[in-house]
Design a protein around this ligand. Structure first.
Ligand code: BDR
Ligand code: CA
Length: 313
């Protein structure tokens, strides 16, 4: 079975690793890359997405989306994690290709109308494009198959504040809209992605299996590993963004908990994803909240092998 997806992204090193994984896998059809600010400003995210398409020889639409949070001023960016260029200061040759003129939100709506019930939206950056698409087309939840996001921290601490993960913290109001919409939503947050460190031999294997794409991921990940290896004895990095894609192909690798979800939007709890597991409370404040699936664990070994094998295709 082929999974039709739109990848909403802010490339970003783990975004690049995930995008190449999606391109490489024969059972995933990427209809387009929709970009959003996050790790880098949106204009850089869009250019980086074009560069990745060119590297992978993929002629698919790339759109530029929202550059600001739903509420509040322009965000700060994560250059300290992803480098000045979003690619670990490797500065690959920029692409001459052109962007699709539509906004990311409009592209999502157009594709959902074209392929009703067939598309999974895979969002691996802040959620402004999805929130805007919901405003453009309120019937969107009925038009897509589901939504899988990298974001949030349900039962573990955050990575930007003690309670918030970066993608959700970056656009908490948009995330609240997306979590409330009546579509099947699966969340791959820090609960599962930080349980799964990838070591340098993993990067070597990606390169061995695919000199061009794996080699790029390996080079870009050196800066990323510098960031993630501060304050720990081993040298590792985390490929958060590839998790929802792996789940699409191999759900049996994951342990999922279902619960009612709320996203914090006030100063102290900004971007917090609070999950009340099913049956855990009778409070209407929670039982009336939309239910989502939350990944809490994964078979690390099999996940790693899936990435390595797919880079070899
Ligand atoms: C998320 O934030 C970004 O740095 C990564 O690309 C990932 O999407 C992890 O918190
Ligand atoms: Ca990302």
């Amino acid at each position: 079975m082929t999974h039709k997806i739109i990848l909403d992204t802010d490339p970003g090193i783990d975004d690049a690793m995930a995008i190449f994984f999606a391109f490489q896998h024969p059972d995933i059809e990427v209809l387009g890359l929709t970009t959003v600010y996050g790790n880098v400003p949106v204009s850089m995210a869009a250019k980086n997405a074009l560069t990745l398409c060119e590297m992978a020889d993929q002629d698919i639409p790339v759109t530029q989306g929202v550059g600001m949070p739903w509420v509040g001023p322009e965000s700060s960016y994560a250059h300290f994690v992803h480098g000045d260029d979003g690619f670990g200061n490797t500065f690959p040759e920029p692409s001459e290709r052109e962007l699709d003129p539509r906004s990311s939100a409009q592209f999502i709506v157009d594709m959902a109308r074209k392929y009703p019930g067939e598309i999974t939206l895979v969002a691996i950056g802040p959620l402004g494009n999805l929130a805007l698409a919901l405003r453009l087309e309120p019937e969107l939840p009925k038009l897509v198959k589901g939504v899988s996001i990298m974001g949030g921290a349900a039962f573990v601490p955050g990575n930007v504040t003690p309670v918030a993960e970066a993608n959700i913290w970056n656009d908490a109001h948009a995330a609240a809209i997306v979590f409330d919409a009546k579509w099947p939503l699966t969340m791959f947050g820090l609960d599962v992605t930080l349980k799964t460190p990838f070591t340098l031999p993993f990067l070597d294997k990606l390169e061995d299996n695919n000199e061009k794409l794996g080699g790029f991921v390996k080079r870009a990940s050196q800066f990323y590993a510098d960031f993630y290896s501060q304050n720990r004895p081993d040298r590792v990095c985390f490929f958060h963004d590839a998790f929802p894609l792996a789940h699409l192909l191999h759900p049996e690798l994951f342990i999922i908990k279902r619960g009612h979800a709320r996203v914090g939007t006030s100063e102290l709890d900004r971007g917090q994803t609070v999950i009340a597991p099913e049956g855990s409370t009778a409070s209407p404040l929670w039982t009336e909240a939309h239910k989502v699936d939350v990944a809490v664990d994964v078979d690390h070994e099999k996940l790693e092998q899936l990435f390595i094998d797919t880079y070899a295709y």
